[in-house]
Design a protein around this ligand. Structure first.
Ligand code: GCB
Length: 592
């Protein structure tokens, strides 16, 4: 028996400190407008249920011809089958469908020439959940969190000619992760967003945050950011606003307020401006919309006017591709939302692909973005908090120039304990500190016995989300009116979820639970009730498409949550679709 087979699987037993979490929001760089080299495509691949690779250090072995091999490794990363990146392994082979554990990805990375004046950054769009990165046999760091991008500077590690890049990705659900073991979406493992290599000058713009200034009036733009290198100043241009400003850099940071009167962004008029920032030879660009989102008493104000959020919730899920999201998939999603008459989407329950918010900016949809602090997280655990907070900061830093994003949500349906209150209050504070220009929210708790919103977190967020399932899990829909009266919320409430499952097609029930007609009735009742609820300022029913989930296995669900207004084929609309669409179009017409 090889010695390594006897080693226990505890982090402290490895002689390599694998869980550094050194790849986090502090290693991010700003990528807007940069040319990247794609590292997508075929990777050698192997699933590794027993974590043999970490014990045997597969990563440390460099390619050797068969006759020169010095060790009988149980896997040779330079041979064997390949998989495409991005992908979810569950979608590639039936035997990997429920695989939960580590998997290894290996590919060559050829660098023709390395210049002493350049820096090199690896970006992984998302990998579920712990991703360890190795280059040329060396462990360089790891990242926790399955839905946010992470960066690793490779400058001091690359060599000219052939390099070998390797990832070990682990999607094991554990109690201390975010989310933890139990969720209502599929645990797709793998590197399921793009992998890229960025090349920059010695000076690197790490961060650029552009927004309408928070003071009254709409006459100033605020710009801040972070430059790594010895540039003394940065030059900011927004040609369509006549802005060409030199911003002094102090201690790596710049900050300025500039007079300007941009046309405001809104769903009706999604105006975007080209923004360029140059510093020390580095240059980044973005297309930014300017708008203000506020709460005033129980109203949500967009550019100073009350707005009602006509929304729909969405997951990243696809029959064929799992969690991999492409341009066409997103475009179709927004077309469906448009057809429904939406002005808003809830991107549940984790950060979606960054293209979603870019597209929402262009097409004119408001967004709720969220981190997977879902159900019973390990709220007592400081390491879990650190992980959640990092995911939040990575999301905010990635998307805070997107006018479409109006809400950062810090969680969903969490038990109201002291530990949870402290955990989530601190997350809401983190969001406000990183971005004071947006609203915070969370799906809070209703006490059904007392018919009241009862959640201490509600005092610490701007918008109270409630998930209610009257007609499905919950019984008496009239309670919704009573809840409004009993709670007398002092801030806006949005119904962040409501809905019912319906199977369609052959074998589907004609009436009762899981029938299309039952689901349609639930929507009719909800809409009739919502017309009478002034405390509700928006709604995002659950959900646009049916989605895959291990935990639902009755004959109508068969491994899917069937609350989609559209079947998982992303084509076939259920009856409730047109019912919601009719109401939303009526509301939209009333706004005009
Ligand atoms: C919820 C959860 C959501 C579930 C949904 C359901 O409250 O937030 O993730 O998928 O209910 O269908 O039960």
């Amino acid at each position: 028996l090889a010695e390594n087979a006897l080693t226990a699987l505890h982090d402290e037993d490895y002689d390599v400190p694998f869980n550094t979490q050194s790849l986090n929001n502090t290693t991010m760089i700003f990528t807007g407008g940069r040319q990247a080299r794609s590292l997508d495509g075929a990777y050698n691949f192997c699933v590794d249920l027993l974590d043999t690779g970490l014990r045997q250090k597969w990563f440390s072995m460099l390619p050797q011809p068969q006759e020169e091999k010095t060790e009988p490794w149980d896997y040779d990363p330079y041979e064997g089958e390949t998989v495409p990146v991005p992908s979810c392994w569950a979608m590639l082979k039936e035997k990997w469908y429920f695989f939960e554990g580590s998997a290894w990805y290996t590919r060559p990375l050829d660098m023709e020439e390395l210049s002493a004046n350049r820096r090199y950054f690896l970006r992984v769009g998302a990998a579920q959940y712990d991703c360890k990165v190795f280059l040329n046999g060396e462990f360089l760091g790891n990242h926790y969190g399955g839905s946010t991008p992470f960066f690793l500077e490779l400058t001091d590690h690359l060599r000219e000619g052939r390099n070998w890049l390797m990832f070990c990705v682990n999607n094991t659900r554990t109690l201390d992760r975010v989310p933890m073991r139990n969720t209502d979406w599929f645990n797709y493992g793998g590197i399921y967003r793009e992998v890229e290599l960025y090349e920059t000058p010695k000076t690197v713009i790490r961060d650029l945050f552009v927004r309408l200034a928070g003071d009254a009036g709409y006459e100033r733009i605020e710009v801040s950011g972070d430059v790594d290198g010895n540039a003394q100043s940065a030059r900011l241009t927004i040609p369509a606003l006549g802005i060409d400003a030199t911003l002094p850099i102090q201690d790596s940071r710049f900050h300025a307020l500039l007079d300007a009167r941009p046309e405001l962004w809104s769903p009706a008029s999604p105006r975007l401006y080209d923004v360029t920032l140059e510093a020390g030879g580095d240059l980044v660009q973005d297309r930014v919309g300017f708008r203000r989102i506020e709460r005033s008493g129980t109203e949500i104000l967009l550019n100073g006017k009350p707005v009602f959020l006509r929304g729909i919730s969405v997951h990243e899920d696809d029959l064929k591709h799992g969690k991999v999201t492409g341009e066409d998939d997103l475009r179709r999603r927004f077309e469906h939302a448009r057809e429904l008459g939406c002005n808003y989407l809830r991107l549940a329950h984790y950060p979606h692909h960054e293209r979603a918010a870019q597209m929402a900016d262009e097409l004119g949809f408001m967004l709720w973005e969220e981190i997977p602090v879902y159900w019973a997280i390990d709220f007592e655990n400081p390491a879990t908090f650190k992980d959640a907070q990092n995911q939040l900061l990575e999301l905010i830093k990635r998307d805070r120039n997107r006018a479409s994003v109006i809400i950062w949500s810090v969680g969903n349906e969490n038990p109201d304990t002291d530990a949870r209150l402290s955990f989530m209050r601190r997350l809401a504070e983190t969001a406000k500190e990183a971005d004071p220009t947006r609203l915070t929210s969370a799906a809070c708790l209703i006490n059904h016995a007392r018919r009241k919103i009862e959640d201490r977190l509600a005092d610490h967020i701007d918008v109270i989300g409630i998930n209610e399932y009257y007609g499905w899990y919950d019984e008496n829909i009239d309670d919704l009116e009573v809840i409004g009266r009993n709670s007398a919320p002092d801030r806006p409430v949005v119904i962040s979820e409501t809905g019912a499952d319906a199977a369609i097609g052959e074998g589907a029930p004609k009436k009762g639970f899981f029938s299309e007609s039952y689901m349609a009735d639930v929507y009719r009742d909800q809409i009739a009730m919502l017309r009478r609820l002034p405390y509700v300022k928006g709604i995002s029913p659950w959900i646009l498409y049916d989605f895959r989930i291990e935990r639902r296995q009755n004959i109508y669900q068969a491994g899917f949550n069937r609350k989609g207004l559209i079947h998982a084929d992303k084509e076939t609309r259920k009856e409730a679709f047109s019912i919601l669409a009719a109401w939303y179009h009526e509301l939209a017409a009333g706004e005009r």
